[in-house]
Ligand binder design. Structure first.
Ligand code: SF4
Length: 313
């Protein structure tokens, strides 16, 4: 069957990050996840203690480099592993672990500017919380975005404050909008992370998150599946029967519904995620990531559908 989706040169019926990067840079570009040793205001007590209930000891940076190593060494190690797979690749250092704007501006500048000097780097990605974007930091990021390709990745997870409270997120959707607006006003690309399968959320709530985000000026989204990891608060809640994990079928249906609601221009950086095998409690089916992605592709074909089919402008 011919693919009717315009932002694709493969069988994908959604606007993949791979497609976006190829159009923009004309070559293979990969993110390299780094751990700059920051912490998080939701862990150190500034906003809350203990962190979001799903957060791992590595601050949701489980595949990032080793924080005990200098950034350049982390970068070189990961690049060496990737280089075997992809010669001539360009890179985007991705400040992933914990909250990467939660430090004095001078410290942020030092780390971000250093990463820009690494070989074959074409831009930066910075993951943070929307309530950690001061005007001063936003001004600097705005200036940075004029010099290089820059994405700021904001963890939101859900637009529902009731869920935010349940997962101890310690910021509201209104707080998110405030930080998001500072970035958009300065012309910065914003990528928002959402999680499907959070405790207390039914399918309609997850679709409401997609519907609400579809009307913002986002550059991209990352759709994650909730992974429950050993040692987290959520692991205990799951063991106590407080919620259930999504099945693969439920997840695939929900993601396809969300893709239909998003505008076709929106870049989809992820349609699932992966937890570290050793620390994953569930769902186990998530370890077969390619399989999940294939099921999403197949379901869109079965529906004769694509990203944006149900988007209301
Ligand atoms: S905001 Fe991120 S780093 Fe901080 S506790 Fe939540 S998941 Fe962990």
């Amino acid at each position: 069957m011919e693919n009717p989706f315009v932002y694709s040169d493969t069988n994908k019926r959604y606007h993949t990050f791979h497609y976006f990067l190829k159009q923009k840079f004309g070559c293979k570009v990969a993110k390299i996840s780094l751990d700059a040793g920051f912490t998080c205001p939701n862990i150190d007590g500034t906003k809350g203690y203990g962190g979001c209930t799903y957060c791992s000891a590595k601050g949701s940076g489980d595949f990032a480099g080793d924080k005990n190593l200098p950034l350049r060494e982390q970068f070189d190690q990961i690049r060496a592993m990737m280089g075997k797979k992809w010669a001539d690749t360009k890179y985007i250092p991705y400040f992933q672990a914990h909250t990467n704007t939660y430090a004095p501006l001078s410290v942020l500048k030092e780390k971000f500017e250093e990463a820009l000097t690494f070989p074959n780097v074409v831009g930066l990605a910075i993951a943070t919380r929307a309530d950690c974007i001061s005007d001063e930091i936003a001004d600097y990021l705005g200036e940075l975005a004029k010099r290089t390709y820059l994405e700021v990745e904001l963890g939101l997870q859900s637009v529902h404050d009731v869920t935010g409270e349940r997962i101890n997120r310690c910021h509201s959707y209104a707080d998110f909008l405030e930080g998001y607006q500072k970035l958009v006003d300065r012309g910065i690309f914003v990528c928002v992370h959402i999680i499907n399968g959070l405790p207390g959320e039914d399918r309609e709530m997850m679709l409401q998150t997609a519907r609400t985000l579809s009307h913002l000026k986002l550059h991209s989204v990352k759709i994650h599946l909730l992974h429950v990891l050993k040692g987290t608060v959520m692991a205990k809640q799951l063991a106590d029967g407080e919620f259930e994990l999504l099945s693969r079928e439920e997840y695939v249906q929900t993601v396809c519904d969300q893709l239909e609601l998003f505008p076709p221009e929106l870049v989809i950086q992820r349609v699932t995620g992966d937890g570290e095998k050793e620390s994953l409690i569930g769902p186990e089916w998530s370890l077969k990531k390619l399989c999940v992605m294939n099921e999403i592709d197949k379901e869109l074909v079965r529906r004769d559908s694509w990203q944006g089919k149900n988007y209301i402008r």
